[in-house]
Design a protein around this ligand. Structure first.
Ligand code: TPP
Ligand code: NAG
Ligand code: NAG
Ligand code: MG
Length: 500
């Protein structure tokens, strides 16, 4: 709620003193004026006039402070971002500075951030999956909603198996998405398949929704010969040109200005598509986030900034990351239309993204969505979150406010899903993931020579030396890693940009 900007009467006594002092001041000024007329010397006359002016100034200040009989100890009441109409009318002229459209004020006042109302969290369902306003039931078919649910649970199953894989030493690294499934599926479903996605590293659900096969997820994590990235990246750094999903680079926030540049290019080409750029609330503290927001606003780019606020940047909780009203609170100051949504409510995420997508394309404007959620898993397999947060905290989000559980309640209440469907689907999902996992593990590794391709047309001497050293080590350690056979000796001479 906005705080009230006006203050009541201070007290009766104050009102009385104001009136009395006002009249006695007038009488005093009158007496001095009479004396001035009687005096003869010019020096004396001037001195009287000076004291008269001084007194008038005191009188003026006195009147303006007691104006409206608000004898408040704070002469300028705090306000919430807007100047009251009355104040604007009082200003006789408007500022002409090119840097801001604002009004003059005689009030010395710093805006108190904690007096500004916070942005509410938009939601459609409550924590138990009940629609809050029955006139706003999502206009989505059973088939669509069941698909949301199946994608969310399949994704969750894939995460569990790949996480266990890392724990068993089968893959080198993994980062789960537990608890954030609603933000991925809800937003992905609201996009056009041709919209370009720039992700951070915890948005694999978006790629899954777009149809990236389980085999390719596994190939990337296992760095096998089928990996589109040719085994050159850490696990979870997916990318797919066919699905318009730009390859992940986990150097925080670098994707933000890149995404804005891509959106600007779409606008210049007069295309109807938009860019969506995902990032964590932690990444929003990087300078690149500021640069990206400001460029997008000033260049009027069709982009959706989608911030997943999951409460942590590794071990740093949000209350140590910022002092303002989250990430959505920053949007308006950049001139970006912004909303905060309940990220565990897949319908709220869907609706907000759909609306933002439609308007970004139609108006060539950036939009900011801050999806509030919780990172249920560890930051990654290199992290142990029990050292910085309690079991109870995690358990609340796992058991009482989880996007999958919430959607299931919604489905069950409508009679669209039941225990039987659940059992059959869970079995099927697990089976699909396990089969993909086994296939990936059995595959050969890509040729190490591929490490040196796709950057230089002609390999520089330094890299040629490194390649030699690599093969020397390979031979001397008698590596038994099963490699994909070399396709041809021309491998390294292939044009790295076949599309150009
Ligand atoms: C420039 C840079 N600094 C530090 C890191 C190390 N790092 C990796 S993830 C991470 C936290 C990011 O938190 P957030 O953006 O909230 O995303 P989340 O992991 O919560 O999804 C940090 C500090 C990095 N990858 N890049
Ligand atoms: C439900 O939404 C409609 C349409 O916005 C609104 O008119 C109505 O007041 C809402 N009902 C409640 C109970 O909030
Ligand atoms: C989704 O948004 C549209 C407007 O874009 C609105 O008409 C509809 O009621 C919303 N649906 C829900 C479930 O709130
Ligand atoms: Mg985070």
């Amino acid at each position: 709620m906005r705080r009230k900007t006006t203050q009541p009467f201070h007290n009766r006594r104050n009102l009385f003193t104001s009136v009395r002092s006002y009249f006695s001041l007038h009488i005093y000024i009158y007496l001095i004026a009479v004396r001035a007329l009687q005096s003869t010397g010019r020096e004396e006359q001037m001195a009287t006039i000076r004291s008269l002016r001084k007194l008038s100034a005191i009188r003026y200040r006195f009147i303006s402070q007691s104006k409206g009989w608000r004898g408040s100890p704070v002469p300028c009441p705090h306000r919430a971002f807007h100047i009251s109409q009355q104040r604007i009318k009082l200003a006789a002229e408007s500022p002409k500075f090119p840097g801001a459209s604002a009004e003059f004020t005689d009030c010395l006042e710093f805006i108190e951030p904690n007096m500004i109302s916070t942005i509410p969290v938009y939601r459609v369902m409550d924590r138990d999956g009940q629609i809050i306003n029955t006139s706003k039931v999502p206009q989505l078919s059973q088939e669509t909603v069941v698909n949301f649910y199946q994608k969310m649970t399949l994704f969750n199953t894939m995460d569990k198996i790949l996480y266990e894989s890392q724990r068993q030493g089968r893959i080198s690294f993994y980062a789960t998405n537990f608890g954030e499934e609603g933000t991925h599926i809800g937003s992905a479903a609201a996009l056009d398949a041709n919209d370009l996605v720039f992700g951070q590293y915890r948005e694999a659900g978006v790629l899954l929704y777009r149809g990236f096969p389980l085999d390719l997820f596994m190939a990337q994590c296992y760095a096998n010969a089928d990996d589109l990235g040719k085994g050159r990246q850490m696990p979870v750094h997916y990318g797919s040109k066919d699905l318009n999903f730009v390859t992940i680079s986990s150097t925080l926030a670098t994707q933000i200005p890149q995404a804005v540049g891509a959106a600007y290019a779409l606008k210049r080409k007069n295309l109807d598509n938009v860019v969506i750029c995902y990032f964590g609330e932690g990444a929003a503290s990087e300078g690149d986030a500021h640069a990206g927001f400001n460029f997008a606003a000033t260049l009027e780019c069709p982009i959706i900034f989608f911030c997943r606020n999951n409460g942590y940047a590794i071990s740093t909780p949000t209350d140590e990351q910022y002092r303002g009203d989250g990430i959505a609170g920053r949007g308006p100051s950049y001139g970006i239309r912004s909303i905060r949504v309940d990220g565990n409510d897949v319908f709220a995420v869907y609706n907000a993204t759909k609306e933002a997508r439609c308007r970004a394309a139609a108006e060539n404007q950036p939009f900011l969505i801050e999806a509030m959620t919780y990172r249920v898993g560890h930051h990654s397999t290199s992290d142990d979150s029990s050292t910085y947060r309690s079991k109870d905290e995690v358990s609340y989000w796992e058991k009482q406010d989880h996007p999958i559980r919430r959607l299931r309640s919604y489905l069950e209440a409508r009679g669209w899903w039941g225990e039987e469907e659940e059992k059959a689907w869970r079995k099927k999902a697990r089976c699909q993931v396990m089969e993909a996992f086994e296939r990936a593990e059995g595959r050969l590794k890509p040729q190490p020579d591929l490490l040196f391709t796709d950057v230089y047309q002609e390999l520089p001497l330094s890299l040629r030396k490194q390649r030699e050293a690599m093969w020397d080590t390979w031979d001397s350690t008698r590596s038994t890693i099963p490699l994909m056979p070399m396709k041809s000796n021309a491998l390294c001479q292939q044009c790295p940009f076949p599309d150009v």
